[in-house]
Ligand binder design. Structure first.
Ligand SMILES: [Zn+2]
Length: 194
C-alpha cells in the first residue's frame, strides 16, 4: 500500500486503486506467492500490536488520544505482543540466542506499547542526525558570537580608530580631514588658496 488509493504489486509493478483489486490480481497472476497453509499468517491481522496506523503515518496522536490512554489496556496489549513474539522464535535456537532474539523483538515492537511511547515513530539513524543538528547549532551560534564580537571591537571601541591613522587611503579621504587635528585642515586650506 503506497497510499489509500494506490496499491502496488511488488512482483510485477502493476498499481491498483483499491485493496480488493490487488487481492484479485494475486489470485489470478501470482497464486504461487500466496501462503495458504494452515500455519500461514497475515501480518496485518496483528496491526494492533504492530501499530500499523502509527508507523504508516495514517494516524498521529491528538490531545485526547494521549490524555485518554488507559495504561491497563495497553499493558494487556503488550502481554499479547510478547506472546505473539514468543511464537515467532524458532524452537531449535540456543538459550542465549532465544534470549537475544526475544529482547530484540521486545525492543523493536512490544516496548512501544505504553501510553508514553505508543505514538513514537522510530526513525533509523535519528540519533546520529540529532547529534549532528546539536553540533551544527553550537558551531553556528559560536560563529555568530565571534562575528558580533569582532564587529563590536571594530566599530564601537578605540582599537579601530587608533589603527586607521596608519592607513594612507583613509587618511587622505575628505571625511577624515574634517575630523582631523587643525594641522590637517590648514593643509587643505593652503591647497585651496595657494
Ligand atoms: Zn503482479
Amino acid at each position: 500500500m503506497e497510499s489509500y488509493n494506490k496499491w502496488k504489486c511488488e512482483y510485477c509493478g502493476k498499481a491498483f486503486l483499491a485493496e480488493p483489486f490487488i487481492d484479485r490480481h494475486f489470485d489470478r497472476r501470482h497464486p504461487d506467492s500466496i501462503q495458504q497453509s494452515p500455519s500461514s499468517v497475515c501480518l496485518s491481522d496483528y496491526c494492533d500490536v504492530y501499530r500499523c496506523d502509527v508507523l504508516s503515518g495514517h494516524r498521529t496522536a491528538d490531545f485526547w488520544d494521549v490524555k485518554l490512554c488507559i495504561e491497563d489496556d495497553i499493558v494487556e496489549m503488550k502481554d499479547k505482543c510478547k506472546a505473539y513474539m514468543a511464537q515467532c522464535i524458532p524452537k531449535n535456537l540456543s538459550q542465549n540466542a532465544t534470549r537475544k532474539l526475544s529482547a530484540d523483538l521486545d525492543e523493536a515492537v512490544c516496548s512501544y506499547l505504553t501510553c508514553s511511547k505508543y505514538w513514537d515513530v522510530p526513525v533509523p539513524g535519528s540519533d546520529a542526525a540529532t547529534a549532528m543538528y546539536i553540533i551544527m547549532s553550537i558551531l553556528i551560534s559560536f560563529s555568530v558570537l565571534v562575528y558580533y564580537c569582532i564587529f563590536y571591537q571594530y566599530f564601537y571601541t578605540d582599537a579601530f580608530s587608533d589603527n586607521i591613522s596608519y592607513d594612507p587611503i583613509i587618511k587622505n579621504h575628505p571625511s577624515y580631514r574634517i575630523h582631523s587635528p587643525k594641522g590637517e585642515i590648514r593643509q587643505r586650506s593652503q591647497r585651496g588658496f595657494p
